[in-house]
Design a protein around this ligand. Sequence first.
Ligand SMILES: Nc1nc2c(c(=O)[nH]1)N[C@@H](CN(C=O)c1ccc(C(=O)N[C@@H](CCC(=O)O)C(=O)O)cc1)CN2
Ligand SMILES: NCC(=O)N[C@@H]1O[C@H](COP(=O)([O-])[O-])[C@@H](O)[C@H]1O
Length: 218
Amino acid sequence: MPDSQQKKSIVVLVSGNGSNLQAIIDACAQQKLPANVSAVISNKADAYGLQRAKNANIPAVFLDHSTFTSREDYDRQLLAEISTFSPDLIVLAGFMRILSPDFVAHFEGKMLNIHPSLLPKYKGLHTHQRAIDAGDTEHGVSVHFVTAALDDGPVILQSKVPVFAEQDPEELAQRVQVQERQMYPLVIKWFCQGRLLMKNNKAFLDGNELEVQGYAAD
Ligand SMILES: Nc1nc2c(c(=O)[nH]1)N[C@@H](CN(C=O)c1ccc(C(=O)N[C@@H](CCC(=O)O)C(=O)O)cc1)CN2
Ligand SMILES: NCC(=O)N[C@@H]1O[C@H](COP(=O)([O-])[O-])[C@@H](O)[C@H]1O
């Protein structure tokens, strides 16, 4: 079987509910994604994403960041743990730790993140509230390659949702997450098919550079 058709190995990092993880697990199970989730790793013991992994008979690993003296020490252990699964792709799915440069360098080009904003707007946290506070009429989500600079890697795919008057951030987040669950498995499929790659800090699909609309940074 050609390499592009062999099932790829994915390790997913989570910190919370894991709805994006579940979409990926389901896509794999339904043969919509030529991959297997080899392991789920979380820095939070109570992350429901760990339970979702156990429900799917996927190794679920809790690696507590609070027991390490530095970010770099944690990331070295995280790298060692991930490497035991020999993944083709690392997927950040609500993983709420900033990753150190050495960790990112080890996996650069094979690590994705989904971020709840129209990057480069609203890098970091609390994106929905920030969009509401700014009076934005549209918001959305970006899937990007992970680089050392936070939420700054080349964007692969974006999806927009409207922001309504007197918008509640939780309702906005829910509408964004509907888009996320459709987008992430698609982008991961592109990577697993060998169609998506990062080169010179740019994203390419089928050899064509992916240009993202120029959203003004916040
Ligand atoms: N080097 C990189 N690390 C990470 C990236 C990235 O692009 N480059 N993406 C983030 C995901 N993320 C937003 O999409 C994000 C996650 C966490 C934080 C953050 O400020 N974390 C704090 C702790 C916050 C908490 O525990 O609630 C921290 O790590 O000190 C910002 C953005 C994943 N990592
Ligand atoms: N800065 C990273 C960040 O905020 N990521 C966001 O966390 C949520 C995780 O949901 P999930 O655990 O249900 O997949 C998602 O909405 C994702 O965009």
